[in-house]
Design a protein around this ligand. Structure first.
Ligand code: PMV
Length: 311
C-alpha cells in the first residue's frame, strides 16, 4: 500500500484570493493557471498496518484523515515529501504539495478516482492544489458547493509554447501563510471591487489564450496580480509580501517592455516573481534578470502536465 506521485507548481494568471467557505475551501472567484514542467513536489505515501502515528505534519494528517474516510481504512501513513524549490516563499509549495499528497495517498489506498474527484479532494487540502491536478492551462471553476468546485484543463499543454521564468530573490520564508492571509481578504474595502471584474477578465483571457495574443494575456495577468496585491495591502492588518528586490524586478520588466523586450510578471504570496515571455525573448530576459541586484537564480519553465504517479 505504497505510491509515489509528482505534482507541479501552478502559476495563476487570474488569482484565487478569498474564500466563501473556509472548511470546504470554496473560493469567492474562479481562477486560471498554468502548470510548470519541472518545479514541483514528489511525495511517497505508505499506509502501514500497525504503525502507531502518522509520520507527517499536522495539515497533512488532516488530509490523510479525509482519505482514510474515503478508503475506509484505519492504517497510519508514512509520508516522505520533497520540493525541488525553496518552500514558503511565494512559489506555491502548498499547491504542488497537496496535489502530490492527494494522488499518492489515494493511489496507495487503492482508491480509483477520476481527475475531477482528485481535484476536489486536493482543494480541501489547499485551494490552489486543485489546479495542479489537470494538465496544461487550467481553470478552477468556483462552483456552488463541494461537488461543483474543481479545476479542469481548458487548453492542452502543447496549445501554446509560452515560457515562464521563475525569478528567485531570497530564500527567506514569508511570515504570513496564504491560508492565514486569505482570511483577511474580506477586510479590504477593495476586495469586492476586484471580485466584481473577475468573470469578465476570465472570459477575455481565455479568448486571448485561444488566439495566442500574448500582449492581451500579459496585460490582464499583471493587472489581476496587482489587484490581488492591492487587496493584500489594504487588508486589516495589511499584508506586504514584496521585498525591495521584488519592486526592482517589476520596474525592470516595465522598462525593458518600453524598450521593446516584452514580458509580463505575476507574484503570489511571497517575494519571488514569475515572468511570462515568448520563446524568442527568453535568453535575453534570463541574462538581464540574472544580472539584477538581489536575484539569486532564474529558472526556465514551460507549460506542463498535471499530477501523475511515478510508482
Ligand atoms: O491555495 P493557497 O491557500 O495557498 O492560496 C494561493 C493563493 C495565491 O497563490 C496567491 C493565488 C493563486 O491563485 O495561486
Amino acid at each position: 500500500m505504497k505510491a509515489t506521485a509528482f505534482a507541479p507548481v501552478n502559476v495563476a494568471l487570474i488569482k484565487y484570493w478569498g474564500k466563501r467557505d473556509e472548511k470546504l475551501r470554496l473560493p469567492v472567484n474562479s481562477s486560471l493557471s498554468v502548470n510548470l514542467t519541472k518545479m514541483g513536489t514528489v511525495t511517497t505515501v505508505a499506509w502501514v498496518k500497525g504503525l502507531k502515528q502518522d509520520e507527517a505534519d499536522e495539515r497533512m494528517i488532516k488530509h490523510l484523515d479525509r482519505i482514510r474516510g474515503l478508503a475506509k481504512i484505519n492504517f497510519k501513513a508514512k509520508v516522505v515529501t520533497q520540493n525541488n524549490f525553496p518552500v514558503a516563499a511565494g512559489l506555491s509549495s502548498s499547491a504542488s504539495g497537496f496535489a502530490a499528497l492527494t494522488l499518492a495517498a489515494t493511489a496507495a489506498a487503492g482508491l480509483k478516482m477520476s481527475e475531477k474527484e482528485l481535484s476536489r479532494l486536493a482543494r480541501l487540502g489547499s485551494g490552489s492544489a486543485c489546479r495542479s491536478i489537470p494538465n496544461g492551462w487550467v481553470e478552477w471553476v468556483k462552483g456552488k458547493d463541494d461537488f461543483t468546485s474543481y479545476a479542469k484543463t481548458i487548453f492542452p499543454t502543447r496549445h501554446w509554447d509560452l515560457r515562464i521564468l521563475v525569478v528567485i530573490l531570497s530564500q527567506q520564508e514569508k511570515k504570513v501563510s496564504s491560508t492565514d492571509g486569505q482570511e483577511l481578504a474580506k477586510t479590504s474595502a477593495f476586495f469586492k471591487e476586484r471580485v466584481k471584474g473577475i468573470d469578465q477578465k476570465i472570459i477575455k483571457i481565455k479568448q486571448a489564450i485561444k488566439e495566442k495574443n500574448f500582449r492581451e494575456i500579459g496585460v490582464i495577468m499583471e493587472e489581476d496580480c496587482l489587484n490581488m496585491h492591492a487587496v493584500m495591502l489594504t487588508s486589516q492588518p495589511s499584508l506586504i509580501y514584496w521585498l525591495p528586490e521584488t519592486v526592482r524586478v517589476i520596474q525592470a520588466i516595465r522598462e525593458w517592455r518600453e524598450q521593446g523586450l516584452e514580458s509580463y510578471f505575476t507574484i503570489n504570496t511571497g517575494q519571488n516573481v514569475f515572468v511570462f515571455c515568448e520563446p524568442n525573448n527568453e535568453d535575453q530576459l534570463v541574462d538581464k534578470l540574472s544580472h539584477l541586484r538581489g536575484v539569486i537564480e532564474v529558472r526556465r519553465e514551460r507549460v506542463g502536465l498535471g499530477a501523475r504517479l511515478l510508482a
